[in-house]
Design a protein. Structure first.
Length: 639
């Protein structure tokens, strides 16, 4: 999809009325806090090389227009002293002012929400540096705010950034980066404002939106199944621009601490390239130090391993591809999440998020060449891995390694374990007394599971709806023009359990087991071929691998394979069982199965034991209709 840019902007009321439009696409901490931040920083990463982190590869002089920039005036939140956050219309009005005063800022939209609201997009770039051959000379940074619209300080933070860019205060960012900014992603949730959508959050004073969109979907759980128009639009946008850095701006929940903001996102250790070194050893310490210099306490993402006992340590967040940051990890971007502190005043929260975004962008501007080369090399290597099927194990989700930690000083709050007089349960109760804890930090990632990268996937002809879903991810799906025969891995489901309670409007698979064989199969004309030597190849793995924890199989795309097509009358099953018990081997197996107490009390399971030993079967029942091709030579489709 190509994007048409326009600086013309209209209000939500105009747009929703169907009028034609070209809209497209605090306080800081005390000095004592800052000193503590510096102490934590040097304890956390004692060997950081700041001479490198400061960068050596600025693009040169800022654009001339940046030196004579205009002034869009204060942001809507600034007018209220950062106490309130603007509405959708107020946000659009301010974005228009920024675009009117700065020629490097373009305002548009990249899709519409479930209720028809345009999804606002701001593009910041120096037009004079655009290449004509499509080559990349600057990192592309995609920033989204308000995916959970109750956590809306990111919108106010990016408006502060745009204000400074328009005023000419950020020439290095403009000279060295291209920015794609989505100030409000969950626009329908944002329209449902109330002070009661987050139980313990402080501000903004004029209320805030909901976590879920108009369909009652959590957009930050929708990046594999793409059930929402919002996520489908964002994936199309990202596929067009291929961002090198992705920032997802949130507000936290849960335990209390002294930090204004937690941030991070360590890369998948099974993927190629040097992203982990770049993020862990240079970007993270740079951000902590830069924010401390502005009086903002920040720390890499962490949560208690035991909420009632902080001495058990803290762990970093894992990687899951149905989350926005996990999804962009499959595209090998530097993918980072920020979580501002929900219990601090709203002005302080906005400032913390603002300083976080600036720190990441300053690092990227100062290291632009290395970032472009590092991300580019990682992506090229992943393409080459697909041509070596079976040689590279790819993580299917990651979690904190429970065996690897290092001690840190954690700036927490005094906590006591209280037994509830209401429920009898124990919970952690925090006081406002600052306490420094020495705790182990488990910040290394390990795979939850792995799969050897195949050459690609063959999908049976009947599953065209799955092929269409893959294309929503901008994954190349080819159609066989002639039959293809090859050795493939075949997965047959032997056991499956579904969640009873709904999740995201589904009852996804909770646990599943397979029998795996290698077979030579012929796929007729019209079958689908998904090669992995393509930009979205790693994404395709997370969607099509049979054991992928957030893949299409788990999210019910293939549920009909579990349904029996043969009608079985109870009386006939009972008579069949009696006949089969005459066979000594069958009787012995049956009596052994009866030693399982769950089996023994389940009459249907008993009858199924015998039916499974009859010739009455459908080959396609429980057969996963996606096959892993493990040979180097794939189909030739001409596409």
């Amino acid at each position: 999809m190509s994007i048409r840019w326009s600086r013309q902007l209209r209000s939500e009321s105009d747009l929703l009325a169907g009028r034609e439009s070209s809209f497209f696409a605090a306080s800081f901490g005390t000095l004592f806090d800052a000193l503590f931040a510096a102490l934590v920083f040097f304890c956390l990463i004692p060997c950081a090389d700041f001479s490198r982190a400061e960068g050596r590869d600025l693009a040169g002089q800022p654009p001339e227009s940046a030196l004579s920039a205009g002034d869009p005036g204060p942001t809507p939140a600034e007018v209220t002293g950062l106490a309130c956050s603007p509405t959708y219309d107020e946000t659009l009005d301010y974005l228009r002012k920024v675009a009117d005063t700065c020629s490097h800022v373009e305002v548009s939209s990249f899709g519409v929400s479930q209720e028809g609201r345009p999804l606002p997009l701001v593009l910041v770039r120096d037009r004079a540096q655009l290449t004509t051959d499509g080559s990349r000379i600057k990192p592309v940074v995609l920033i989204i705010a308000g995916i959970h619209s109750g956590e809306i300080d990111g919108n106010d933070a990016v408006q502060l950034l745009l204000r400074d860019i328009a005023r000419g205060r950020e020439p290095d960012i403009l000279a060295n980066l291209d920015l794609l900014i989505v100030p409000i992603f969950n626009v329908d949730g944002h329209a449902r404002r109330s002070p009661h959508h987050r139980f313990t959050q402080v501000g903004p004073a004029n209320g805030f939106g909901t976590r879920r969109n108009a369909q009652r979907l959590d957009l930050n759980r929708d990046f594999t199944k793409l059930a929402s128009p919002e996520c489908r639009a964002l994936v199309r946008l990202a596929s067009q621009f291929q961002p090198d850095i992705f920032l997802d701006l949130h507000t936290n929940d849960g335990f209390d601490y002294q930090y204004d903001l937690l941030f991070g996102g360590f890369p998948d250790p099974t993927l190629p390239g040097r992203r982990d070194e770049l993020v862990r050893e240079r970007l993270v310490p740079f951000v902590v130090q830069a924010m401390a210099a502005e009086g903002v306490l920040a720390h890499p993402l962490a949560y208690p391993r035991n909420e009632l006992d902080l001495t058990a340590g803290l762990a970093t967040y894992g990687i899951a591809p149905h989350l926005a940051t996990g999804y962009f990890e499959t595209r090998q971007a530097i993918s980072m999440l920020s979580e501002s502190h929900p219990y601090i005043p709203y002005p302080r929260r906005v400032r913390a998020t603002f300083e976080f975004v600036k720190a990441v962008l300053h690092f990227a501007a100062r290291n632009r060449i290395e970032i472009v080369e590092t991300i580019g090399q990682a992506r090229r290597t992943a393409l080459s891995w697909a041509l070596e099927p079976g040689r590279h194990a790819i993580a299917l989700g990651c979690e904190a390694d429970p065996e690897r930690s290092h001690p840190i000083l954690w700036l927490g709050k005094a906590m006591q374990v209280v037994k509830s007089p209401v429920t009898g349960s124990s919970y952690a109760k925090y006081a406002q007394t600052p306490v420094t804890y020495e705790v182990p930090f488990f910040d290394r990632l390990v795979p939850k599971g792995t799969a050897d990268m195949p050459r690609g996937y063959l999908i049976e002809k009947a599953w065209g709806d799955v092929a269409a879903r893959l294309r929503d991810h901008c994954i190349r799906v080819e159609t066989l023009r002639e039959p293809f025969a090859g050795e493939v891995e075949v997965h047959r489901v032997t056991q499956v359990e579904f969640y009873r309670a709904p999740r995201q409007g589904h009852h996804p698979i909770e646990s599943i087991e397979f029998a795996v064989t290698t077979e030579r199969r012929t796929f007729p004309e019209g079958s689908y071929w998904v090669p992995l030597d393509q930009p979205a190849g790693l994404t395709a793995m997370q969607l099509l691998e049979p054991r992928a924890p957030e893949g299409y199989l788990v999210w019910n795309a293939f549920d009909t394979i579990f349904e029996r097509g043969i009608i079985t009358e109870p009386w006939a099953l009972e008579e069949n069982a009696l006949r089969m018990l005459a066979d000594p081997a069958t009787r012995a197996d049956y009596e052994a199965a009866l030693r399982d107490s769950a089996f023994a009390v389940d009459a249907n399971a008993r009858l199924e034991f015998f039916f499974a030993r009859t010739p009455y079967d459908e080959e396609e029942q429980n057969l996963y209709p996606v096959f892993r091709l493990m040979q180097a030579e794939g189909p030739v489709t001409g596409e």
